[in-house]
Structures are given as structure tokens and as C-alpha cells.
Design a protein around this ligand. Structure first.
Ligand SMILES: [Zn+2]
Length: 71
């Protein structure tokens, strides 16, 4: 077993968490991460993952952008 994509279900919601590296702000590894979706970079597509704390920050920014607020 490699420890990747174990498919742990969070107690908070029904999104699928696995153990791996956070691709967002903290860059920690071997932590519970959520698959955020595919990302295309350098001509390649792969899955992108973020930890609970960074996903919360990302969601905050997305909500701000979606509602058109600057701050
Ligand atoms: Zn993180």
C-alpha cells in the first residue's frame, strides 16, 4: 500500500479525503487532503489536492470572487 487515495470519508461532509500533499498554501505532506478537481499546467492534466485549512481559505476567496467583493 502506498498510502495514497485511501478514500477516507470526512465526518463533516460527504467529500472524499485521502492522505497526501497539500497543493495549496501550506504544502504539508502526509495529511488528509481533498481532491479539488483537475488542473491543467505545463500542458498536462492532473488532480489537485488541498488540506482542510487551505480548502477553507480557497473557498473563502472563491465566495468573495463570486459575490464581486474586493476584500
Ligand atoms: Zn494546506
Amino acid at each position: 500500500m502506498s498510502g495514497v487515495a485511501t478514500g477516507i470519508r470526512s465526518r463533516r461532509d460527504d467529500r472524499e479525503w485521502s492522505t497526501g500533499m497539500c497543493w495549496l498554501y501550506c504544502r504539508m505532506s502526509e495529511i488528509p487532503v481533498l481532491r479539488l478537481g483537475p488542473i491543467t499546467a505545463a500542458g498536462l492534466e492532473t488532480g489537485m489536492y488541498g488540506c482542510e485549512m487551505c480548502v477553507a481559505e480557497l473557498e473563502h476567496m472563491v465566495k468573495d470572487a463570486a459575490t464581486g467583493r474586493d476584500t
